[in-house]
Design a protein around this ligand. Sequence first.
Ligand SMILES: Cc1cc2nc3c(=O)[nH]c(=O)nc-3n(C[C@H](O)[C@H](O)[C@H](O)COP(=O)(O)OP(=O)(O)OC[C@H]3O[C@@H](n4cnc5c(N)ncnc54)[C@H](O)[C@@H]3O)c2cc1C
Length: 381
Amino acid sequence: MDFTPTEEQLLVQRTARDAAERLLLPKAAARDVSGEFPVAELKELAALGLLGVAVPEELGGSGMGTIAYSLAMMELGRGDASVSVAVSVTNMVAELIAANATPELAKQWVPRIVSGELIAGAFGLSEPETGSDAAAMRTTAVKSGSTWRISGSKQWITSGDHAGAIIVWAVTEPGAGHKGITAFVVPGNAKGLTVARLEEKMGLHGSSTAQLVLEEVEVGEDQILAQPGGGFALAMMALDGGRIGIASQAIGIARGALEAAVRYAGERQTFGQAIIKHQAIGNMLADAATWLDAATLMTLRAAATKDAKQPFSQHAAMAKLFATERAWQICDIALQVHGGYGYVRDFPVERMLRDVRAARIYEGTSEIQRLVIARNLLRAQ
Ligand SMILES: Cc1cc2nc3c(=O)[nH]c(=O)nc-3n(C[C@H](O)[C@H](O)[C@H](O)COP(=O)(O)OP(=O)(O)OC[C@H]3O[C@@H](n4cnc5c(N)ncnc54)[C@H](O)[C@@H]3O)c2cc1C
């Protein structure tokens, strides 16, 4: 399979790189301390077409597909992981609505999400009691005339306190398991929707992570994204695509860490020579560069498979598993190469290590990726 980027895809990559260098990198360390949500940055990235990279142009997106999206996410992850989380969820939400909503619903939401008018999109699947086992969710939606009333709580919702549009999954047929779940588009300012708590995280401080409570939130029948019973399948499909974004984000963070480590190892002298010339340090950096290359190729392969409209679940799960696990190791190596300076805030690698850790958890933990991969192996026999 050829997934060499085209000129147009490389242009998206360059746009994202310039934006990361100009808007994100200079403020990443300060944002880590302040925890400021990047409203202005998201609006600028929207103006550059980076909130709807794979969304069709007729809905206001860039129509550039998944390879371009992946390349852009690598650049933004390298710039500031915190900002790239909001970007990845917003792209995922816009793409999901564009591909699955009625034309009216898509027109109502997608152009406003990708233009930055709504600041961000949010993905409301996880709950306090159910993350990996999302089908066991407890949030319910009950029909009353032509409206649905949604009640329950959603946990870990990225940008949940800022998003203008939230996809909320709820049980519409209790007892039907994963076949009794429906997805709705809920406005961020809906009556009955409140932010119960904002998490204090180990990293990704510029990304907000909210617990949302829904008390009889009313939405019209026209806000159904997946027909009753089809919601869970839609969530799994969205996560398959989302995993390409998270693999790309992790690669970007790890690339930033490796660049910092190589720079430092070329400058720092011990025992009369640059530390990169000590074989133990050189070997670690060589391994890190090799893993990064492999992760990039695997992720671009998953993106190309999705763009070719072929089944891509296996490629996406493998890319996410490999890229996020190795990215964590690469950031740890980068910290080690910095010695004591790696452990303090004067250098960026401790932040990168804290930020990249979440990538092994969200959009399906590494254990869940292995589960998906093993199931697909059995099916392929
Ligand atoms: C920073 C951050 C942002 C997030 N953003 C969002 C968001 O925007 N929207 C959203 O819906 N969710 C979001 N999440 C939630 C995330 O997807 C879940 O945390 C994740 O799916 C794991 O669920 P859990 O935390 O309930 O852990 P659990 O499911 O309780 O898992 C606990 C442990 O058990 C393991 N485990 C569970 N089941 C199995 C199994 N069958 N086999 C082997 N091991 C298993 C897991 O891998 C994990 O190690 C976010 C999480 C974080 C940390």
